[in-house]
Design a protein around this ligand. Structure first.
Ligand code: PGA
Ligand code: ZN
Length: 434
C-alpha cells in the first residue's frame, strides 16, 4: 500500500470561465494524482450539490467554501489511508457528509478529491488510468462508442431552441479514428448548411453550432441533411442521438416549447417524440420527459424501449438506487454516468454496474462546464462496454477527451472499440440485421 500524504485544493477555471475545484493528492512516495470538478448547467434536482460561495464576487460562483472542505475537512481524514483502496477512501469522504446531496462538503469538493485519489493510485501502480480502473473493478476494458454534438441547444445555447443536444453516433465505425473522421465531415457539413442559410453564428457551450432554427424539428432536418451532405446514408454507419433534457422546459407533466410557443402535456410530448423516432434514424434519446414525470418515462419506455436507447440523466442522476427503481418500474433502458452527479468514483461505478447488470446501456458523460481533465475518457474505457458523451467536435475541453481516447486506443487496440454491439436490439441494431 502507498499512503496518502496530503490532499490540497486549488481554484482553477472551467470552459465557461467559472471557478472550479482542482485537487492534488500526494502520496508518501511523492507520486501525484490530480483531478478537476466539472460543472453542469442543466442540473437534476437530485444530483450532488455544486457548492458555490454566493454573494456578488465572481457572480456568486466562487468555490472557496468547497476548497475549505478539501483542505480542512477531507484532507485530515484521508491522510495515511491507502490510495489504492478507492472504496475505503470514498467511504471516508462520505462519512464526513452524510447529507444526501453532499451539501456540507460540496459535490465539487468530493468529486475532485475522489478522482484525484484514483489518478494517484494509477500513477503509483505505473498504469494508465483506464487500466487501473479495469483492474480495480474487474472489468474488461474497451474503447467506448462516442455520441458527439453537432448542434447545441437548451440551457447551453441561451434556450435558442428547446432541445438541448442534437448529436450523432457512428456505431457502424470500426474504430475510434473512424468516428472522428466521420464526425469531422458531418460537423463541417452542418456548418456549411448553416452558412448557406445565413445562419452560421458561432458555437454553443459544448462547441456544437449555435442553433438558429425556427422549430426544434428544423434542427433535426438540418442534422439529417448534414449527414447526407457528408456522404453518409442516415441510419447506416451514422445515427442520430438526442438529449431532450425535458426537465428544462417541463414541470408537473406540462411542457412548454418556447421556440414554437406550444404547450403540451406528457402524452402529447411523447407523441411528438414518437413521430421523430419514426421519421429520423434516432438510436438514442436522453431525458425524453422530465425528472418529475415517472408515468411519462414508463409510457415512453413501454412504447419505444425495444428500438431506441432511452437514457436517464436528470431522471437518474447517476444514483444506483434510482437506477434499480427505474429498472423495477421498466422506465429507461440506459443511464448517463456523470461522476459529479454522484460525487464519488465509487458511487458512480456502483451505478454503472447496476445498469450493466440489468443489460442496460451506460454512457459516461462530461458536463457542459468542462476542463482539461480527461478522467472520463479513462473511466469509460476502463469500465468497458460503454459509451462516452463529451459535447461537440470543437473546443479543447471537448477535444482533449476525444484525443485521449485515440491515445488509449493505440495502447488497447481498435478491436476493442465498442462499435455497434451495445445498440443490438435497438432500432439501429435491427436495421443492421434486417
Ligand atoms: P449539463 O448538461 O452538464 O449542463 O447538465 C449535460 C447533459 O444534460 O447531458
Ligand atoms: Zn442530459
Amino acid at each position: 500500500m502507498t499512503a496518502i500524504k496530503s490532499v490540497k485544493g486549488r481554484r482553477v477555471w472551467d470552459s465557461r470561465g467559472n471557478p472550479t475545484v482542482e485537487v492534488d493528492v500526494r502520496l508518501e512516495n511523492g507520486v501525484l494524482g490530480r483531478a478537476i470538478a466539472p460543472a453542469g448547467a442543466s442540473r437534476g434536482t437530485r444530483e450532488a450539490i455544486d457548492l458555490r460561495d454566493g454573494g456578488n464576487a465572481l457572480r456568486g460562483k466562487d468555490v472557496t467554501t468547497a476548497l475549505k472542505s478539501v483542505d480542512d475537512v477531507i484532507a485530515p481524514a484521508l491522510a495515511g489511508m491507502d490510495a489504492a483502496d478507492q472504496a475505503a477512501a470514498d467511504a471516508a469522504i462520505l462519512s464526513l457528509d452524510p447529507s444526501p446531496l453532499k451539501e456540507t462538503l460540496g459535490g465539487n469538493a468530493t468529486v475532485a478529491t475522489s478522482l484525484a485519489i484514483l489518478h494517484a493510485a494509477a500513477a503509483d501502480a505505473g498504469r494508465p488510468l483506464w487500466r487501473h480502473v479495469a483492474d480495480l473493478y474487474g472489468c474488461t476494458p474497451s474503447v467506448p462508442l462516442p455520441e458527439i454534438q453537432i448542434f447545441g441547444g437548451g440551457a447551453h445555447a441561451g434556450r435558442r431552441v428547446d432541445i438541448q443536444d442534437f448529436m450523432i453516433m457512428v456505431p457502424g465505425a470500426g474504430s475510434f479514428d473512424e468516428v472522428m473522421e466521420v464526425t469531422n465531415e458531418v460537423y463541417f457539413a452542418a456548418g456549411d448548411i448553416m452558412a448557406g442559410k445565413g445562419r452560421l453564428a458561432g458555437v454553443a457551450d459544448e462547441g456544437g453550432w449555435w442553433p438558429i432554427f425556427d422549430s426544434n424539428e428544423e434542427a433535426l432536418e438540418t442534422l439529417l441533411a448534414a449527414i447526407e451532405k457528408a456522404g453518409e446514408k442516415p441510419g447506416e454507419r451514422v445515427v442520430i442521438s438526442l438529449d431532450i433534457a425535458a426537465s428544462e422546459f417541463g414541470k408537473d407533466g406540462r411542457y412548454r416549447l418556447a421556440l414554437e410557443d406550444r404547450e403540451m402535456d406528457s402524452s402529447a410530448l411523447i407523441d411528438m417524440l414518437g413521430g421523430w423516432l419514426k421519421a429520423y434514424p434516432i438510436a438514442a434519446i436522453e431525458d425524453p420527459v422530465g425528472e418529475d414525470d415517472p408515468d411519462g418515462m414508463r409510457e415512453f419506455t413501454r412504447l419505444f424501449g425495444d428500438r431506441v436507447q432511452i437514457i436517464g440523466d436528470d431522471y437518474l442522476v447517476t444514483n444506483a438506487a434510482l437506477v434499480r427503481e427505474a429498472q423495477a418500474q421498466a422506465a429507461c433502458n440506459a443511464v448517463l454516468i456523470k461522476v459529479n452527479q454522484a460525487g464519488t468514483v465509487s458511487e458512480s461505478v456502483e451505478t454503472f454496474r447496476a445498469a450493466r447488470a440489468a443489460g442496460w446501456g451506460a454512457v459516461v458523460s462530461a458536463r457542459s462546464g468542462e476542463t482539461e481533465d480527461v478522467s472520463i475518457s479513462h473511466l469509460a474505457t476502463g469500465l468497458g462496454g460503454g459509451q462516452l458523451k463529451v459535447g461537440s467536435f470543437t473546443r479543447s475541453e471537448r477535444m482533449v477527451k476525444w484525443n485521449e481516447c485515440l491515445r488509449i486506443q493505440d495502447e488497447l487496440g481498435s478491436d476493442t472499440f465498442v462499435g455497434g454491439a451495445p445498440l443490438d436490439g435497438t432500432w439501429w441494431g435491427k436495421q443492421q440485421r434486417a
